[in-house]
Design a binder for this molecule. Structure first.
Ligand SMILES: Cc1cc2nc3c(=O)[nH]c(=O)nc-3n(C[C@H](O)[C@H](O)[C@H](O)COP(=O)(O)O)c2cc1C
Length: 204
């Protein structure tokens, strides 16, 4: 088998973390995703690191140190948000899609308006044009008419808008339970059989 066809069998996903509140959603999603995809292409905006430093005490970001994944951390490849030559920024490079978690209103606005000025908005643009899955885990409240219009534009273009708004019907007892709710819904949006949380009345 050629190196190229072997590569094409590899399951790949792009994950981006932006400067919305909720860095913990991104980190917990990464821990699950690294078990399910062979390769995770990860990028973080500079604002994401500032918020993550405040919220969860991250100092820079190092998958091997910060994700508690052991050898699986090797599956995570970090891309600079300024490196527009990174493989996923071309539609000719194969991957399943992209999750932006959490997604700020700034990043949402850039994607909705086709402003591919950084790696995150460029890869999202590629996902939309190539009809690949694009999941935006938005976090802001309340929402302005601009935010809502941008979300509608993106939903019409094929993206999934998945607000970081956990339900309470599974009776969460901890922040971790609330985070798991969102991680489970992201995995379901990607068509993955997830075992983070059972579905409503799944066992009946
Ligand atoms: C502590 C903190 C929390 C923030 N929370 C949010 C948020 O929940 N949603 C949002 O859209 N922006 C939020 N922001 C503002 C974004 O970080 C800011 O708009 C930034 O320019 C987004 O850039 P990015 O999309 O490139 O990461 C927050 C900023 C800080 C410092």
């Amino acid at each position: 088998m050629s190196a190229q066809s072997k590569e094409h069998r590899e399951r790949r996903l792009v994950v981006a973390i932006t400067g919305a509140s909720g860095s913990i959603y991104g980190l917990e999603f990464l821990k699950r995703a690294a078990r399910l995809w062979d390769r995770i292409w990860l990028t973080t905006s500079s604002n994401a690191l500032a918020v993550a430093s405040h919220e969860v005490g991250l100092k820079g970001f190092d998958p091997a140190r910060d994700l508690d994944l052991g050898d699986l951390a090797q599956r995570v490849t970090l891309m600079s948000p300024r490196d527009l030559t990174a493989p996923p920024s071309s539609g000719s490079y194969r991957y399943d899609g992209m999750v932006i978690v959490p997604c700020s209103m700034g990043t949402l606005g850039r994607i909705a308006n086709g402003i591919s000025s950084d790696l995150i908005s460029r890869i999202a643009d590629v996902c939309l044009k190539e009809r690949r899955r694009l999941v935006l885990v938005t976090r802001e409240t309340p929402l302005s008419a601009i935010h809502l219009r941008n979300m509608l534009m993106l939903a019409e273009a094929g993206a999934t808008i998945l607000p970081a708004a956990p339900g309470f019907y599974h009776r969460p007892r901890s922040v971790g339970d609330l985070v798991d709710f969102i991680v489970a819904r992201i995995l379901q949006s990607l068509g993955v059989d997830q075992d983070v949380l059972p579905g409503w009345r799944e066992d009946e």
